[in-house]
Design a protein around this ligand. Structure first.
Ligand SMILES: *Cc1c(COP(=O)(O)O)cnc(C)c1O
Length: 386
């Protein structure tokens, strides 16, 4: 279904879409664009985000571990880096209506935030089921002035919200810009979003140099939903063969449990939402419903960049279960006084699986803070499973 949607979009709206495809790089390189982007990242988002040597966590794994603190950004995660970039781009393309899709509501909040900042109309598509599950983020989006539209088809979650957003975009190609929240979707989104998020690894290089004398860690680790925080964390290390790139997917109840979101382990090549990549699908190409305790990793695909890193062997793909992620979240909280997002906790859980020693230097992207996950954490404490 979603593939047909994109194909009809390609046919009927080629002209408007072409404007985005042909102009995004040129606009992103304009000095005035860069000035505004950089000053908003600094004064509004709070960048550079700190690179923090987590001493007690390091002692536990016998290796220096630096946390890239995207959790300290305005709105609590890395997603704002991309929405700031895209709202500036949309303005320069003359768009005055913004649409977005959201699962847990994090990307919806980041989009509604920049629309409020710029006084631009904002419509966020969200699965009906997610609207029920994520009430605080729905309230935030509404308070920020966005209209939240329920997606009522299919499983009523992220995939269906994305279908609705694409459908809207097909019908409103002239005045509307679609802000996609990860390195997925049709070209140029995977490339464009990776470039906006690449500020993460740009900062890591000079921050690590300041702290250790070398710009290059031995390992960089990030969780992968669609793959935008991982793409940003890996970006400036892609051509540095000595840096191991470690992507951590959500195994849910276990890779082979039927309740998982480990796309590289379970997926096959296919087209989803306008790009060819690995997709969790049945024999006849129906998208399989993924599962993860963290809504941000609960997506049946990954960005094409990550499919390439997986196929080429440049990236190492690991996975962590719901239980391992929760355990890692409590460990970080008790050792460092930092409550991480459940998504980021998957990256932390991978530390258990790596053979690290004191000569290594590990940089781990703490993609977001755990405020939004307190409901889940409270349940764990009540059940005393930790
Ligand atoms: C959305 C989200 C993710 C997953 O998205 P990516 O595009 O894979 O980065 C990870 N961490 C947090 C905190 C998120 O909000």
């Amino acid at each position: 279904m979603e593939n047909l949607e994109v194909h009809s979009f390609l046919k009927c709206c080629t002209r408007m879409w072409k404007k985005l495809r042909t102009r995004y790089l040129e606009i992103m390189h304009e000095p005035a664009f860069q000035n505004e982007f950089q000053s908003l990242l600094r004064d509004y988002v709070g960048r550079p985000s700190p690179l923090y040597l987590a001493k007690r966590l390091s002692a536990m794994y016998n290796t220096p571990i630096y946390l890239k603190r995207e959790d300290l950004n305005h709105t609590g995660a890395h997603k704002i880096n991309n929405t700031i970039g895209q709202i500036l781009l949309a303005q320069r393309l003359g768009k005055h209506r913004i649409i977005a899709e959201t699962g847990a509501g994090q990307h919806g909040v980041a989009t509604a935030t920049v629309c409020a900042l710029k006084g631009i109309e904002c419509i966020v598509y969200m699965g009906e089921k997610d609207i029920e599950r994520q009430a605080p983020n729905v309230a935030r989006m509404k308070m920020l002035g966005a209209k939240v539209v329920p997606a009522t088809s299919g499983s009523k979650t992220l995939k269906d919200a994305t279908n609705e957003a694409i459908r809207d975009w097909i019908n409103n190609p002239v005045d509307t810009h679609y802000i996609i929240g990860s390195v997925v979707g049709p070209h140029p989104y995977p490339d464009m979003v990776a470039r906006f998020q690449s500020v993460i690894s740009e900062e890591i290089r000079w921050q690590l140099k300041e702290k250790t004398g070398s710009e290059l860690p031995t390992h960089v680790i990030a969780c992968v939903g669609g793959g935008s925080n991982a793409a940003g964390t890996f970006y400036h290390f892609l051509d540095e063969g000595s840096v191991e790139l470690i992507a951590v997917e959500a195994a849910g109840h276990g890779v082979n449990s039927g309740m998982s979101a480990a796309t590289t382990q379970l997926g096959k090549p296919g087209v989803l939402h306008g790009s060819r990549s690995y997709v969790m699908q049945t024999e006849d190409g129906q998208v399989v419903e993924p599962h993860s305790i963290s809504a941000g990793l609960d997506y049946p695909g990954i960005g094409p960049l990550h499919a390439h890193l997986f196929d080429s062997g440049r990236g190492t793909f690991l996975s962590a279960t719901d239980e391992e992620a929760v355990k890692a979240a409590f460990l970080l909280t008790r050792l460092e006084g930092i409550i991480p997002a459940l998504e980021s906790a998957h990256a932390l859980a991978a530390l258990e699986q790596l053979q690290l020693n004191e000569k290594d230097t590990v940089v781990l992207c703490l993609s977001g803070r755990g405020d939004k996950d307190m409901g889940t954490y409270m349940k764990v404490m009540e059940e005393q499973t930790i």
